[in-house]
Design a protein around this ligand. Sequence first.
Ligand SMILES: C[S@@+](CC[C@H](N)C(=O)[O-])C[C@H]1O[C@@H](n2cnc3c(N)ncnc32)[C@H](O)[C@@H]1O
Length: 344
Amino acid sequence: MFFKLLKRFYDTTYNLNYQYAKVIIVIGSLFVMPKDFCMADRRPNVEVIDTDILDKKEDLGQLDRTKLNIQMSEPEIRFLSYLIRRYKPKKIVEIGVAAGGSSVVILNAIKNIPNAKLYSIDLCEKMGNDHSQRIGFVVDRHFSHLNKSNWRLYTGNITAKFIDEIGKDIDFVFIDTEHRNPGEILDFLQILPYLKRGAIVVFHDVSCHLLYYPKNKTQWTNCALLNAIKGRKIIPRKDSWEGVELIFPNIGAIKIENNQEKFAFDYFNMLTLPWYYFPDEEQIKTLKDFFRKHYDDFCCNIFERAINEYRQLLSKKYQEENSILHRFIMFFRAIINRIVHFSF
Ligand SMILES: C[S@@+](CC[C@H](N)C(=O)[O-])C[C@H]1O[C@@H](n2cnc3c(N)ncnc32)[C@H](O)[C@@H]1O
């Protein structure tokens, strides 16, 4: 509104040829514009949600937060719950379950949505830090009041192994797995062909690389995906971790644009970015078959090339060759060679 008035005034003065007025207006607008440009909620492609307000609206009362064993902050829990209540999805997929805290939050949010169903997937069968506990154990142990007939848990493999059974028309996905490349890039590519038009995709740990920096500095995958996936972005205004306000929220969602198949190249090309771990060969084989079934040769070739490149770069031999000790030995050997060379 202000800019429209400014422009109208500028146009009028232009006609009257008031040169001084024009200069003053242009300089004045320089002071106004930067602030306006920085306000994310005025951009048409980003919606900023006030999680403080959600506190009162979200029905989280029955969830004993101390028993959730969840790796999400209070504003992130409220944000996830809010999105489900707002979009009322019928078919939800969660990738990355661990103890099951986020599954509880989702099951609680869908309890009043008729025919809504949650499908949760985890690569492991047991908890990484405690092998006596099964993945998703908190759901049965502490939240027996939730309806479990609308929950299906798949463990022990990657999404591609279960997704045909889950089927198409998925309208809500929550992804929270490795946070390092190729992690969630591969997870997203496995779910993409099964998404409904305009589905909501939520990523946790989108600013994880800044938390406990530099320990987490390789964990920027979800930040990159939140930026790269085409669609309207939804983020909370504020977030905090262990009582400290975060500079950037650690959760974000995308209401995906229609015709996502047009963007397959953009997502596959992300696999050329550095990989920080190499999936096991069984997973690679499953992924190759899956991608061949759902994507064109060009995209599959990008995956093949990325595998070949990073298999070599991440191999033990390569790492050994690049270790400081190895370089030191090579340097020392070169000096001895020189000495031997000059002595004869
Ligand atoms: C950060 S935890 C999930 C935390 C959970 N969403 C919560 O908020 O409580 C990550 C989980 O993802 C699982 N995971 C890692 N890679 C995976 C993959 N490619 N597919 C499915 N699960 C995976 C791990 O076994 C681990 O249990």
